[in-house]
Every structure is written in C-alpha cells, then in structure tokens.
Design a protein around this ligand. Structure first.
Ligand code: HEM
Length: 406
C-alpha cells in the first residue's frame, strides 16, 4: 500500500464531474480518480460542490452525520434539497436524529435475518426458474433475464407481496418512477405510480379487521414518541426501500455476471471452490461499487484536509474512489480474491446510515451466483458484442451470453 503525498494547494483544478452520465456507458475514470486522491483529495466540482475521494475522509464524513446531512433532493429532481420537500416525503436517510434511528429500527426489522431466511427457498426457486429460462435461449441476456428480475422478486417477497408487485418494481426501476417524489416537479398530485400503489395497498390493509400483511402490520402498529406514522410517511419509506434496494442490487448482480461472462478462468475457479463465492461478491462490491457516490449537505462550517467547507454547500462522498484508495488497497484496480479483509470497503456506506439491506443484497448475490454455477456448465461471450464497462454502475446494459447446461 502506498501512502499519499501531501496535496499541493497551488495546483490547477482537476476537472471532474461526479454526475457525468458517460461513466455508465464508458466506465468510471479510475485514472482521474487516482490523480484526484493524490493531488486534490478534496476537489471542487464544476457545479460548485465538493468531492471527497480518500477512504479516510469519506469514512469520517459519512460517520459525522451532524456535519454532513444526507440529502437526496437533487437525484429526485429537487435541486433545492430537503428544505423544499415536505417532511412526510423525507426518505429514511434524510430524517434527522433521533427520529432517524427510530424509523430505521422498523426498516431493520423488515430486513431481519429471520425474514431473510423466510424468503430464501422462494428466492432459490426463482433463480433456478430464471436460469432454466435462459438456458432455453440461443442467446440469453443476463441483465434483463436475471439481474433485473432477482431484486424485484426479493423485494416483493420481503414486503409479503406477489408477482404483480415484482413486475411493477422492475418497471419502476426502468422508467425512472423510483427517482421521483410527489413534490418532484411534473409529478401528478397522487405522486409517482409507486406512491399510488402503496397508498391503495395500505388503505386496503387498514380496512381489514387485522392487516394480512405482516410488514404492513409492523409499520401500522409502530409508535414513535407516542404517535403512529402517517400513511404518507409509510408510503414514502416503502417507496424508498424499493429505490434503495432494487437499482443497487441489480447493479451488483449485473457486475458479477458481466465479470463471469468475460473471465472464464474465474468461472472455472468458482465452480471448483464454492467457498470463494462470498469473496467474489465482496471484491466486486469494492472494485466495482454499485453506488459510486452519495450526496451530503454541509450543516455547519467544516474543514476537511485543510479545505474549508461552508454550511449549505453540497458534498459528494466518493465511495467508488475511496474503495480504490491505494493507501488502503494494494493494486486497487486489480480484481483479487486474496485480499486480507474482503469486507473492508465502503460499498454499503458507513456510520449510522450504513446500508440496512446489505444482508439481503449479499443473500441475493450468493444465491444468484450459486444457481448459475450449479445449473450452467459454461457461459460463452458473444463475438462482436461490446460488453458494458465494469463498473457500469446503475446502468441498464445488456449482458448477452450463450449458456450451456451442465
Ligand atoms: C448491492 C446492493 C446495495 C448497495 C451497494 C447499497 C448501498 C447503500 C449505501 C452506500 C448506503 C448509504 C447511503 C448514504 O449514506 O448516503 C445505503 C443505505 C441504505 N440502503 Fe442500501 N445498498 C444496497 C442494497 C440495499 C437493499 C437490498 C436495501 C433494502 C431492501 C437497501 C436499503 C437501504 C436503506 C433503507 C438505506 C438508508 C439507511 C439509512 O439512512 O439509515 N439497500 N445503501
């Protein structure tokens, strides 16, 4: 591992836009990120935000929630941020303490180990069904036919909902519904389709003498400081669970399958050494982080590595860059199954907002990869196809392959 040199405050600003859509089609510019970590670890971006690039700085800022407050306003089309969004539309990440912890407790209950265990057999059966359907095709698409379908199925079952809900979750992940709130400009008064769906479902459950859906029952019964959650609040958190859990896991799965198609030696090794599957998943999360950055708003003046960051300024947490920090990882761009601490990465964030769905995402990835290894003898690339870059984070890109039964 290489220690960083002190940054040069007089150096010319490196031009880097963390929102550049080209990262999906052309790949993350890791060489530029390496330069940023070395020369300007706290970088001014073209739109006037700050970009933190080093592992230590990103970890410290993610953990310091009193200074750096999560604000997903801009990614939901609301540039002014949470100040412009009614409180009952604040996603879990955006709720200040102590209420955040209290609402988060409900989300972690929804994603408890016992609930994961309950959905596991169905998830295995669904993965087997999807792989068999792909085996029947001359050319399968591991994105549409597998990576898209699994998280939507898993979330539908976590919510004790059916296949119709899974189909809706998949569609909303495609068409942008998940990135809108009722207060997003241009959204009709009932909110995006996801809000209308959950609101109607909730009303149906309320009309029953006892709710038939145990997750809904948990949310309806919950009291925080003596008060129940309102329906709009519950709908917001259900929508957010889909937003947070479907896109991201689809992206992880797409990265795993893309790499397996492109690296036959890795495929052969995993077939022979199944114990390496969890390590394969962790190294993908680190090397090809599905969430490359997350946004914070500075709540009070701060200084990071000598750079003043003022209250009100936007700060991007460079998770993808931190996971390539050469001060923490040897040869960070290499994909290796022998790293000393495979789970040492920030792919799921850090601190009090660390991803409560990490266990579910890992379970989906484990079962999806195991099912492929069990049922498929070989996966062949299709000649002449340009495969998506790794990572192609959060991009919907086909991964065509010829699957041969084993
Ligand atoms: C590979 C898949 C996933 C990745 C890479 C991922 C990544 C992350 C990251 C980086 C954060 C922290 C964001 C921040 O601090 O701004 C986060 C938070 C969150 N994630 Fe995930 N996530 C994944 C899957 C899931 C799943 C499956 C669910 C739920 C079903 C989920 C639900 C959430 C929620 C609710 C939060 C907010 C937690 C809080 O603010 O307290 N995630 N995730």
């Amino acid at each position: 591992m290489a220690a960083h040199r002190p940054a040069d405050p007089g150096a010319e600003n490196i031009v880097f836009d963390p929102h550049d859509p080209a990262f999906v089609s052309e790949g993350v510019p890791f060489a530029t990120l390496a330069r940023i970590r070395e020369e300007q670890p706290v970088l001014r971006t073209p739109d006037g935000a700050w970009y933190l690039s080093r592992f230590d700085d990103v970890t410290a800022a993610l953990t310091d929630v009193d200074t750096f407050r999560a604000d997903l306003g801009p990614i939901t089309g609301i540039a002014a941020g949470i100040e412009a969004i009614p409180e009952d539309q604040h996603y879990l990440s955006e709720i200040p303490e102590p209420r955040h912890k209290q609402v988060r407790r409900l989300v972690t209950a929804a994603l408890s180990t016992a609930r994961l265990r309950r959905i596991e057999p169905g998830l295995r059966a669904e993965c087997a069904r999807l792989v068999d359907a792909m085996l029947a095709l001359a050319v399968a698409d591991l994105h549409d036919g597998y990576a898209m379908a699994i998280p939507a199925y898993a979330m539908s079952r976590i919510m004790a909902l059916d296949d119709d809900a899974a189909r809706r979750f998949m569609a909303w992940s495609w068409d942008g519904t998940l990135m809108r709130r009722p207060s997003t400009p241009g959204v009709p008064p009932g909110g995006p389709d996801s809000h209308a769906f959950f609101a109607a479902y909730l009303a149906g459950q309320r009309a029953l003498p006892t709710p038939s859906n145990d997750l809904v029952a948990l949310l309806l019964d919950a009291e925080i400081e003596g008060a129940r959650l309102s329906d709009p609040e519950i709908v917001t958190q259900l929508h957010f669970l889909i937003q947070a859990g479907v896109h991201t896991t689809r992206s992880l799965l797409a990265h795993l399958f893309n790499r397996l198609v492109q690296d036959p030696a890795l495929w052969t090794r995993l077939k022979a050494e199944r114990a390496l599957v969890p390590v394969f998943i962790e190294e993908s999360l680190r090397r090809d982080s599905p969430v490359q950055r997350t946004t914070r708003r500075c709540a009070r003046d701060a200084v990071v590595r000598g750079v003043p960051i003022l209250a009100g300024e936007w700060v991007e947490m460079g998770i993808g860059s931190a996971n390539h920090d050469e001060a923490v990882y040897d040869a960070p761009g290499a994909f290796r199954l022998d790293r000393p601490e495979p789970r040492r990465h920030l792919a799921f964030g850090a601190g009090s907002h660390v991803c409560p769905g990490a266990g579910l995402a890992r379970l989906e990835a484990q079962i999806a990869v195991e099912t492929l290894l069990d049922r498929v003898a070989r996966m062949e690339r299709i000649e002449g196809v340009a495969y998506p870059p790794l990572p192609g984070s959060l991009g919907h890109q086909p991964i065509p392959a010829r699957l041969l039964a084993g």
